[in-house]
Design a protein around this ligand. Structure first.
Ligand SMILES: [Fe+2]
Length: 264
């Protein structure tokens, strides 16, 4: 299989290419406007791969997504979990759905908390084993930290869960879903140290393992959801610039020229 992590340093953001050289096909996960649609198309083309699906772990609040544009450009689906409260059409999936390129399976693991639709993607390279080897954890689990539960737009229908409910859900999600994966599974997050999407303990390291995070992730050493929520709040960084406007664009409530007109 082919696996690439693309780092966008200004926002400490990571997007991914998951592909199969035999099938000559690839999925892109969490593409960012900062790199742009052409970047992903050229990266895939350099590897001889066609982009056949664009996935997002969730509707982002701290950066402008180019997933819709990239999917349209490639004539392929834009996938989000069926709970995503966007105003535009996307191709919905459910927990446990499996998407395949050649020998590579990507299994959707519903991991709500940071947002109500948040999903992680478990990756299996069947040319080597039927066991998964990696999980794209989005903004659920970072290296050394967890995603913040407080990036809300202030509209109950769109936010769905408030900050307290998000923190409580996230704690249970990481404990009961991600930390029950085999311990060798590598963790690839949507952000690394420096990002405002987590707290002060987020590592600059760009990947980890389930074993290491289970043992050393500070937020997840807390005894219960209440202690976890307090710790996340106490160690949070300042809110990302313009996150309400960015989230509104990514939800489809603002058009791109309105976003640019607002100076974002
Ligand atoms: Fe996020």
């Amino acid at each position: 299989m082919i696996f690439k992590q693309f780092r966008y340093e200004p926002l400490n953001q990571a997007s991914y290419l998951v592909g199969c050289p035999k099938a000559k096909e690839a999925f892109i996960v969490d593409p960012i406007e900062g790199l742009g649609t052409d970047f992903y198309v050229l990266e895939a083309a350099d590897l001889g791969l066609a982009i056949v699906g664009v996935f997002e772990t969730h509707v982002h609040a701290d950066y402008v997504s180019c997933a819709r544009d990239l999917a349209e450009m490639n004539g392929c689906p834009h996938y989000l979990h069926e709970n995503a409260p966007t105003t535009y059409e996307y191709t919905p999936f459910k927990d446990g759905d499996v998407f395949t390129v050649g020998q590579v399976d990507m299994t959707c693991l519903f991991t709500p908390g940071h947002t109500p639709e948040h999903t992680s993607y478990l990756i299996t390279d069947k040319s080597r084993s039927t066991e998964p080897w990696a999980v794209l954890t989005g903004d659920c689990l970072f290296v050394g930290d967890v995603g913040r539960p407080d990036l809300l737009v202030g509209d109950q229908a769109l936010d769905v869960m408030d900050e307290g409910e998000r923190a409580e859900t996230q704690f249970a999600t990481i404990r009961d879903i991600l930390f029950t994966l085999p311990e060798h599974v590598e963790v690839y997050p949507n952000h690394y140290g420096g990002s405002l999407c987590g707290g002060v303990n987020m590592s600059g390291k760009n990947s980890s393992t389930i074993y290491f995070e289970h043992k050393y992730n500070l937020a997840m050493q807390k005894a219960d959801a209440a202690e976890f929520a307090e710790f996340v709040q106490d160690t949070a960084k300042p809110l990302p610039d313009d996150y309400e406007k960015i989230k509104s664009y990514n939800l489809g409530l603002l058009k791109k020229d309105e976003l640019q007109g607002a100076g974002v």
